[in-house]
Design a protein. Structure first.
Length: 319
């Protein structure tokens, strides 16, 4: 029983760390694209690429498309709506904030996951666990040293996103016994396609564009055909959100039955650490080279206990 518990927790930690890396790539790609493209155009491109990846993965898997069968369409609809609000509010805030400040603000989400698990799922979290999470969060804020202007409307959007993010994982925990990680990820991407296409048909011509506010400008910007130099960032965005979302969902699904309290706490703790490790060095690289920089972070995860990796400089791409 102990070995089984330990193995489940280790798999949850692995998926949480992997999800943190891939979702960080997603954040960086969206931040890069937010200066030239509309939010709903970026999300639509991301969702289409993600759906293609997930469809191919299901096709070559042993269970195939049976993974999409569900008896809980209403729960999927609620979860998709929560995830959508979380994504939109986070990216609107990200467009108007420095990346370090936005991510530092979003670090409250693991604490909210722990809090909601107590309120909604009736789980018990001891004072030492609360203290460990709080100290870890304080350390991240001290490390990132967000500016005095972090409490602004854009930061409120990020806080809303953090709450929705935590709520979506409560839904994941409630649906884990009947729904596969593939189904949870696939239906989210379907929801993004529907909403983004509808937004594009409504405001994609740019008739509401022109705001000086970065968040509003990002939301109502006119659709334009992407330049070839930006296609790799759209591709990285789509693959990152598909893989990262799948891994994060699976991490929270693994915290179940007899192992759920041990697994949840470990996953929540390592998710914070994974996000922090990615964030430590990303601010030293230009946004256009962020994807390359994060490949170095993967090596850092693997060799963190065997010495410090030699830093490599990256040549910035001219605008």
């Amino acid at each position: 029983m102990v070995d089984q518990t330990s193995g489940t927790a280790r798999r949850g930690i692995f998926f949480a760390l992997g999800g943190a890396v891939f979702l960080s790539i997603n954040d960086l790609a969206v931040k890069f694209l937010s200066g030239d493209y509309a939010l709903h155009q970026v999300i639509l491109g991301r969702a289409i690429i993600g759906l293609i990846f997930l469809t191919g993965l299901m096709y070559f898997s042993g269970t195939g498309f049976r993974q999409l069968l569900t008896r809980r369409p209403k729960d999927h609809l609620i979860r998709v709506s929560i995830v959508m609000v979380s994504n939109v509010t986070y990216f609107l805030g990200l467009a108007a904030m420095p990346l370090a400040d936005a991510v530092a603000t979003a670090f409250i989400s693991p604490i909210l996951v722990t809090l909601l698990s107590v309120i909604l799922l009736g789980e018990t979290v001891g004072p030492r666990r609360w203290a460990a999470v709080a100290v870890g969060m304080l350390g991240v804020v001290v490390m990132l040293r967000p500016g005095d202007g972090v409490i602004q409307p854009a930061a409120i959007l990020v806080l809303i996103s953090a709450f929705c993010y935590a709520s979506s994982h409560m839904m994941t925990r409630r649906m884990r016994d009947t729904e596969s990680a593939m189904a949870l990820g696939f239906y989210v991407q379907i929801g993004f396609v529907i909403v983004s296409t509808s937004m594009g048909l409504w405001v994609g011509d740019g008739h509401l564009a022109g705001s000086s506010d970065p968040s509003i400008a990002f939301l109502f910007r006119e659709w334009v055909w992407p330049e070839m130099v930006d296609w790799p960032f759209f591709l990285a965005n789509g693959l990152a959100v598909a893989i990262g979302g799948l891994m994060t969902t699976q991490a929270y699904r693994l915290c179940h039955h007899r192992f759920e309290q041990i697994g949840k706490r470990l996953v929540g703790k390592f998710e914070i650490n994974g996000q922090r490790r990615v964030q430590i060095r990303q601010q030293f690289f230009y946004q256009r080279n962020a994807v390359i920089a994060l490949f170095g972070e993967i090596k850092k995860f693997l060799f963190s206990h065997h010495g410090t990796m030699e830093k490599k400089s990256v040549q910035s791409r001219s605008v």
